[in-house]
Design a protein around this ligand. Structure first.
Ligand code: SF4
Ligand code: SF4
Length: 178
């Protein structure tokens, strides 16, 4: 192959490359300048599980039934609970998840009888040690827990009143759990 042919081929190859560059120069970027730009997450994005905050009660509805603990194939959920004064159902006092072990299988979400588990949209947690990925899911609820328990206790007392005691009692048990 002569020097001239090789030169022409080189120029043609260069022009092809520049053509691709020019074509993409004015297109909408498909990359994002993270962390300056926050990513738009797909609706199907899954991250560490979290407790649902129900607007009606202003809290979660974990009754410490242990179904999520028992079904988790990664053994990464720890739940403890107690029975608040005046209530029939238990209430979670400890809810930890070791996200370093979680496979995001969703079995815990599927099995929860009160639908109080969901996937979170966390995407930027980092750490140097595995134990930094043990999440306390009750953290967002601790500040309001005492108030929730008091509201639930009052609602349970009102619901236990005979129907003749007043319109509040006649309306049935208030929805305190969710
Ligand atoms: S998503 Fe799966 S692996 Fe993760 S905590 Fe729930 S049951 Fe366990
Ligand atoms: S299955 Fe639901 S209600 Fe039962 S312990 Fe797990 S999160 Fe709580």
């Amino acid at each position: 192959m002569s020097v001239l042919v090789r030169l022409l081929r080189g120029i043609w190859s260069l022009m092809l490359g520049l053509g691709v560059t020019l074509k993409n120069l004015f297109r909408r970027p498909v990359t994002q300048t993270y962390p300056h730009q926050k990513p738009e997450l797909s609706a199907a994005f899954r991250s560490a599980i979290a407790l649902v905050n129900f607007p009606a009660s202003g809290s979660h509805d974990c009754v410490a039934c242990m179904q999520c603990v028992n079904i988790c194939p990664s053994f990464c959920i720890k739940v403890e609970g107690d029975k608040p004064e005046g209530l029939k159902r238990k209430r979670a006092t400890v809810f930890e998840v070791d996200y370093a072990l979680c496979s995001l299988c969703g079995l815990c979400i599927d099995v929860c009888p009160t639908n109080t588990l969901k996937y979170s949209k966390t995407y930027d947690d980092v750490g140097y040690r595995r134990d930094q990925f043990v999440y306390d899911l009750l953290t967002p609820f601790r500040a309001g827990e005492a108030a929730w328990r008091e509201r639930a206790r009052v609602a349970a007392v009102e619901a236990a009143q005979p129907a003749s005691a007043g319109p509040a009692a006649a309306a049935g048990e208030p929805e305190v759990g969710r």
